[in-house]
Design a protein around this ligand. Structure first.
Ligand SMILES: Nc1ncnc2c1ncn2[C@@H]1O[C@H](COP(=O)(O)OP(=O)(O)OP(=O)(O)O)[C@@H](O)[C@H]1O
Ligand SMILES: [Mg+2]
Length: 1122
């Protein structure tokens, strides 16, 4: 046996022991179904004994009877809540907690929406019971930030609604003056997620009038007693409650059991918890204050000029403050209170008529607007709370409703309010009867269970009397309201007498049996309700049912700038005016009660029947007659009898089998036959006595709740076993899955590792193999290389040897050939000498001595003559060009002569050419010659300028008429050179275009457009010229340091496309004028004088190749990039 189960059994043993102790020590009987004898007296005695023993709860089956203790009893604590949590109804003493727990678990676990219907007369403890239910549910359901927030908001809705909707009455110091039905909504886990509150007909007449000894709604007193001074100042509230007409008329302000000041804090705090904003809270208090102050407005009558009665405010100040607070036009409100505006249809045309009101009518209007304002404020509060607590999540909801509606009321003077309240209680009693008495008995008959009928009073006749369609009291009242004109409360009573006089539950002085009944006044009718007879005074029935507010008043309220007041009177909006008559208060109430009944019938009901022990709110008095009356009209005896004779539990066979099938091996996991037989097998297996159950047509009925609880207990144990099996299987499965996963992981890891190891080892082997192979291949290659080297050496050696051999052979052959040749030559020489000697010897005798030199000389001369003749014949054909190199060849002996002749011929040809030249050409040639002397072999630019002729006047200045004027002023006649040049600025090295003109005696720098002379440099001033050895066209003209020009400006730097020409011409001109040499320096660095300052000019070759050089002036340096 596992630990959990052991613990549960121990707990059960403890609990059972505890239960038996409880049962032993229980006063009377906890469940009155067990009463013996089952009489009214025994019932009252039992309740009485328990009341005095502070056991205020007693069961009738599953219905809780609660007696109001009128004192604190030690039955409510968190510990007690925990004791009742999850326990069955009969395990512990009767308690509302047990009912609440049963309902909550039923909703959560069985998915059945629940409602807790709390009934009883005023002061019986319904509201307290509803709070106990809500507290229990809040305590046992889940926890969490959001759940706690929702719970807190739901719980805090009670103090707010009680402050505004409860009041002290003669019967109850905290009497609910409205009906409340609250749906608490849960999610699938059973955690609260929100709720909806429905309110029913607030007793608004209390706002303006209270019976002696009763009070207005609590909030008025709370505000005046408990609000901080700052708030009172803001609301301009001062003084005590007695100062206000709506609070002082009943002469009841302070109540011992109520601490208004403390309750104000609770109410204000609850509003904040629910989510009201500070502005909203302020506005709510402003509306309450407005009602209070408006109640003080008084009127005095006077007769107006047209003879009708009119009235005016006795003290306008009273409404001035109200107007300020609700931001309303003072005059408009005054008008609306003292006049009435009506649209009257005269001859088909609608006409607006304003009539004055008497002081009485004005008070009526004032009260009407106050009642409307307060009751609408109350409905707005409910709506606002609903906004805060509404469910914000989607998904399926489970609902538990708690109904706390005003209890049955019998006052000395009962009016329309009591009529509708009691009607509502009739309807609730109807539901109770329907569900617990009638339906149950009908079901036994239907199901064929042996049953002897138990009589009870069915109040449906009273409900019919009130609500029947055309002849019910509410219908007659509506009809009278519709008639208008002559209709009055008395005509309504007359109509009632006409229609209902024969009804057994209706009584009036017109009824025969009541004609002499002095307790029934003439303007009253009496209804014999299920809970007793109530006499209703018809006065005010029509007005209250009509519930009309003068249109002028609603429009005035709508016209207020106060946000909340405006919201409360949407019917005052002139644009939304409808001619349609709104449903009467009675009809509205009837409809909402019908809606409520429908809602309750759709849920599983749980009953709390509240009983009050006495009429004087005493904790020590149990008034038998008061309780007997309640026991009777609540139908408790009938309830007990039906319960005792009947069965505690029933359920359709299939559902029942489904729920308990795990308790029998035959029905678990599935029963294939009919569920009824399955259940029989199950009950037999469980040895349940046949007297404990009955089988109906479709349902199984279990007589005793204990049998059911026993079944439930076994089921819970079994469920635990099943859960353990499921857990076991699940854990096994989970472990198996885990094992599988681990195994797979292990296989994967080992596979990966093996793979890794193999890869490593393979890598090692491979590397080794590669190394070995590499070494082997290296060794083999070296071997081969050695061999090849050896072979090559051998081949080379062979080659060398061969070469040496061949050389030796060749030399040998050569020597041999040479030897042979020398031998041949020697032989020839010898032969020639021999032949010569022979010839000479032969011919000596024939020739004179020395004839040979003469022959040789002769031969030579012949050759020379032949050469000269040949030259003569060729000379004419030679080209005239000086550059031609053509010249005939000569015999060896004439070589020297030929050379000389050639030179002479060239000289002669040059002279001829020179003689052909004119003076101009000669000058040009001289200039070219001069340029050649300067630049040849010294400047890279020079060779390419050689073929270009020196044109001199490039801009054709000589033909320019304007130039003539210049020459006239300067006296210079000849232009040797003119061209556009760039002048390089000395200070910033920037260039500018200028016209350079070289004349007879000076060089002019002229503006190229205007021909205005910028500088005039006499050529005698030129001390020298410097250029670079590169391809650039930049040149510097050095000026005599002593000259005037030099002292002013210094040396000139120019760039000219015709550098070679201008430089050579300048030099020649200067030399000619000075009669001394002017040096032209060709160097990549030289110094110059700029403005009397020595500057180093340096040329740097950057490959610009003749393009415009880049000049950079830096301190004493001028860099020229060429
Ligand atoms: N369980 C309780 N323990 C202590 N006092 C209680 C209990 N139930 C009711 N009372 C007392 O009885 C008073 C009236 O109870 P409650 O307001 O619940 O009556 P009610 O049935 O709601 O009446 P009404 O129909 O007028 O609203 C409470 O103010 C409280 O003093
Ligand atoms: Mg109440």
């Amino acid at each position: 046996m596992n630990g959990g189960k052991q613990r549960r059994i121990q707990q059960a043993l403890f609990m059972n022991g505890h239960t038996s102790n409880i049962l032993e020590s229980m006063v009377g009987v906890g469940d009155m179904v067990l009463l013996d004898p089952l009489t009214e007296e025994a019932c009252i005695n039992n309740v009485k004994r328990r009341f005095y023993a502070e056991d205020i709860y007693t069961y009738i089956g599953q219905v809780v009877v609660s007696v109001n203790p009128y004192k604190k009893v030690p039955l409510f604590s968190p510990g007690t809540i925990q004791t009742y949590r999850g326990r069955n109804l009969y395990e512990l003493p009767p308690h509302i907690y047990a009912i609440a727990d049963d309902a909550y678990r039923s909703m959560r676990d069985r998915n059945r929406d629940q409602c807790v219907i709390i009934t009883g007369e005023s002061g019986a403890g319904k509201t307290e019971a509803s709070k106990i239910v809500m507290q229990y549910v809040a305590a046992v359901c889940g926890k969490g930030e959001e759940v706690d927030r929702v719970k807190e908001q739901l719980l805090q809705s009670n103090p707010v609604l009680e402050a505004f909707g409860n009041a002290k009455t003669l019967r109850n110091d905290n009497s609910s003056r409205f009906g409340k039905y609250m749906d608490i909504e849960f999610d699938f886990k059973g955690d609260p997620i929100g709720g909806v509150i429905t309110n029913y007909l607030l007793e608004k007449s209390r706002v303006v009038r209270q019976t002696e000894g009763e009070r207005n709604f609590h909030i008025f007193y709370q505000l005046l007693q408990g609000a901080p001074q700052s708030l009172l100042n803001k609301l301009r509230l001062s003084g005590t409650c007695e100062k206000y007409g709506y609070l002082n008329q009943s002469h009841c302000v302070a109540v011992d059991t109520i601490d208004d000041a403390a309750h104000f804090q609770v109410t204000e705090n609850a509003m904040r918890v629910i989510g009201f904003t500070e502005t909203e809270i302020q506005q709510v208090f402003e509306v309450v204050t407005a009602v209070l102050k408006l109640g003080n407005a008084d009127f005095e009558s006077y007769i107006s000029f047209n003879g009708t009665e009119a009235c005016s405010l006795t003290d306008e100040h009273s409404i001035e403050e109200v107007c300020k607070m609700i931001q309303c036009d003072h005059e408009q409100l005054k008008q609306a209170l003292t006049n009435r505006t009506m649209d009257i249809c005269i001859t088909g045309l609608s006409e607006r008529v304003v009539s004055t009101l008497s002081s009485g009518q004005a008070v009526y209007a004032r009260d009407a607007v106050c009642k409307a304002m307060y009751s609408r404020l109350f409905s707005w509060l409910v709506g606002r709370i609903n906004d805060s607590i509404k469910v914000r999540t989607r998904g399926k909801k489970k609902v538990m409703g708690v109904l706390d509606i005003y209890g049955f009321e019998v006052f000395e003077d009962n009016n329309f309010e009591q009529f509708v309240i009691n009607y509502c209680n009739e309807k609730l009693q109807q539901i109770f009867i329907e569900l617990t008495l009638k339906e149950e008995q009908d079901e036994y008959v239907q199901e064929g269970i042996e049953w002897s009928h138990i009589d009870y009073f069915n109040n449906s006749v009273i409900c019919q009397l009130i609500e029947k369609k055309n002849t019910g009291i509410l219908a007659i009242l509506d009809e009278e309201c519709l008639i208008g004109g002559n209709a009055s409360d008395h005509s309504f009573l007359n109509k009632l007498n006409e229609v209902c006089i024969r009804h057994e539950h209706y009584e009036s002085r017109k009824k025969k049996s009541c004609r002499s009944d002095k307790t029934l006044p003439y303007d009253c009718f009496r209804l014999r309700h299920y809970a007793g007879s109530v006499t209703y005074n018809v006065q005010g029935f029509l007005d209250k049912n009509n519930d009309l507010l003068f249109r002028g008043l609603s429009q005035t309220m709508f016209s207020c700038d106060h946000q909340l007041v405006k919201k409360l009177f949407p019917d005052g909006n002139p644009r939304r005016q409808t001619k349609k008559r709104p449903p009467t208060a009675g009809t509205q109430f009837k409809n909402s009660v019908a809606e409520l009944m429908k809602n309750l019938l759709a849920k599983n009901p749980n009953y709390i029947r509240c009983i009050k022990p006495n009429d004087v709110k005493s904790p020590n008095l149990f008034d038998d007659s008061v309780v007997r009356h309640q026991v009777r009209y609540l139908g408790l005896m009938e309830n007990m009898r039906v319960r005792r004779a009947g069965y505690a539990y029933r359920q359709p066979y299939d559902q029942c089998l489904q729920r308990y099938k795990m308790l029998c091996p035959n029905t678990w996991p599935n029963w294939l036959g009919h569920p009824r037989e399955g259940l029989q097998a199950l009950l037999t297996h469980l040895r349940v006595k046949p007297t404990e159950y009955a089988k109906g047509r479709t349902k199984l009925f279990i007589r005793n709740p204990r049998t059911l609880f026993d079944l439930e207990e076994r089921r819970r144990d079994k469920m635990e076993d099943l859960a353990i099996i499921i857990q076991k299987v699940f854990r096994g499965w989970r472990q198996w899955k885990l094992y599988q996963a681990m195994r797979a992981s292990q296989i994967l890891i080992s596979a990966q590792f093996r793979g890794y190891r193999q890869r490593k080892s393979y890598q090692l082997q491979r590397n080794s193999a590669v190394t070995i192979a590499a070494f082997f291949r290296g060794w083999k290659a070296r071997q081969l290389y050695k061999q090849m080297k050896y072979e090559k050496l051998c081949i080379w050696s062979v080659g060398i040897i061969r070469k040496y051999f061949l050389g030796w052979q060749a030399r040998k052959l050569c020597r041999q050939i040479r030897h042979e040749k020398r031998c041949i030559w020697a032989a020839n020489v010898i032969r020639a000498y021999y032949i010569g000697w022979k010839v000479r010897k032969e011919y000596r005798k024939r020739f004179r001595a020395n004839a040979a030199p003469k022959i040789v000389s002769f031969l030579r001369n012949c050759v020379r003559r032949k050469y000269l003749l040949f030259l003569h014949s060729r000379l004419a054909a030679l080209p005239c060009s000086l550059l031609s190199k053509d010249w005939p060849r000569s015999p060896i002996i004439c070589h020297t002569t030929n050379k000389h002749l050639r030179k002479i011929y060239h000289g002669w040809r040059c002279r001829k050419y020179r003689e052909m030249l004119d003076e101009e050409t000669r000058r040009i040639m001289r200039e070219k010659l001069s340029a050649s002397e300067i630049f040849r072999g010294r400047k890279t630019l020079y060779p390419e300028t050689v073929p270009r002729p020196f044109k001199g006047d490039y801009v054709q200045l000589r033909q320019n008429i304007n130039w003539r004027r210049v020459t006239d002023s300067t006296g210079e006649s000849e232009v040797y050179f003119s061209d556009i040049v760039y002048k390089i600025n000395r200070s910033n090295a920037k260039d500018s275009l200028r016209l350079m003109v070289l004349c007879d005696t000076s060089m002019l720098i002229v503006n190229q457009k205007t021909l205005a002379i910028k500088y005039r440099l006499p050529v005698t001033e030129i001390a020298g010229i410097s250029v670079s050895p590169y391809m650039d066209n930049l040149f510097v003209i050095h000026i005599n340091q002593t000259g005037e020009e030099a002292s002013r400006k210094g040396d000139f730097v120019f760039h000219s496309e015709h550098l070679v020409e201008i430089v050579s011409k300048l030099r020649d001109q200067a030399e000619r004028a000075k009669g001394a040499q002017v040096p032209v320096r060709i160097s990549n660095t030289f110094s110059a004088q700029f403005n009397g300052k020595g500057i180093q000019v340096e040329f740097v070759e950057t490959g610009l190749n003749g393009k415009m050089p880049v000049c950079k002036r830096k301190d004493d340096q001028l860099d020229v990039l060429v």
